[in-house]
Design a protein around this ligand. Structure first.
Ligand code: ZN
Ligand code: ZN
Length: 282
């Protein structure tokens, strides 16, 4: 596995979004594990221990998939594979990249932010500061997937904490929610204000991550990416499409990004729907 040489975000927007996740996730996790959880379950009880361990599993997969997404190099290096000779192979599907001044393989597109061509480029992710493409698509999808599960899980506990355990403060306040609700809570002190802020952040995290995941999963299930003009061209059936993104061990990748799952495609040649080569590959 080849790693990126400069994995840090390289513009102000990417740095800001990266910090939002980098600071927001740990803050919510500390709040939920050390304030909310002991208030919901007796420390040392089965449910307390189970929830604590399950939360650590979600956090591990969220962080490690994010790091793999950032670190894995999915760019096209002309030194590794030269274009096919004129008149042979997929040559007619290769295109010239003016920025790199080289022929780039099918489905590889240039990213102005990263300054390089990306294999099966999907999009430039502002929350990781890198492009999502052929080799890190799996990690991106699981990173967002665990963000969705983790934020829904946290939301369930936050709602229970605010509207059951501390119902005396929040039930009436949020029942009559209006534009001055949050300032009124702030006037009652940080101990009252901060739980409401965490709930708001949690709602934002659930909404954004769920939308991103649904949009991208809808593309992945058809083996499509944002950059493809013809989004059904590479649709080889659901299971093969999932393997194209998650690798041949698609049923195991949710356990950890450290589980090896080789990709069936090399990133340079792409079988199309009804292609004869598909029969040879499968
Ligand atoms: Zn390029
Ligand atoms: Zn990029």
């Amino acid at each position: 596995m080849k790693l990126r040489k400069n994995p840090l975000p390289n513009n102000a927007g990417d740095i800001a979004c990266f910090l939002l996740i980098g600071l927001g996730v740990p803050t919510i996790v500390i709040w939920d594990l050390f304030i909310v959880l002991p208030a919901v379950y007796e420390p040392g009880s089965f449910m307390y221990n189970f929830t604590f361990v399950f939360s650590l599993f979600l956090l591990f997969n969220l962080v490690s998939n994010m790091l793999f997404c950032i670190l894995v190099d999915t760019s096209y290096d002309p030194k590794i594979l030269e274009p096919p000779q004129p008149g042979s192979g997929d040559r007619e599907n290769w295109h010239h990249c003016e920025s790199c001044n080289c022929l780039a393989p099918p489905r590889a597109w240039h990213c102005k932010t990263c300054g390089i061509c990306i294999l099966k480029r999907d999009h430039h992710c502002i929350f990781t500061g890198c492009c999502v493409g052929h080799k890190n698509h799996r990690y991106f999808m699981l990173y967002v997937g665990y963000l969705v599960i983790g934020s829904f899980y946290a939301l369930a506990y936050n709602l229970y904490y605010l509207f059951v355990i501390r119902a005396d403060i929040y039930t009436q306040t949020f029942y009559h929610f209006h534009m001055f609700t949050m300032p009124i809570l702030l006037l009652r002190g940080y101990a009252v204000f901060m739980p409401a802020i965490f709930l708001m952040l949690n709602l934002v995290a659930v909404s954004i991550s769920a939308c991103i995941f649904l949009v991208h999963f809808n593309l992945v299930r058809r083996s499509a990416v944002f950059a493809d003009k013809d989004r059904s061209k590479f649709d080889l059936g659901l299971y093969r499409n999932l393997q194209s993104t998650f690798g041949t061990r698609v049923n195991l990748v949710w356990i950890s990004p450290f589980i090896k799952s080789p990709l069936p495609d090399d990133g340079f040649h792409w079988p199309e729907s009804g292609d004869q080569r598909l029969k040879e590959i499968s």
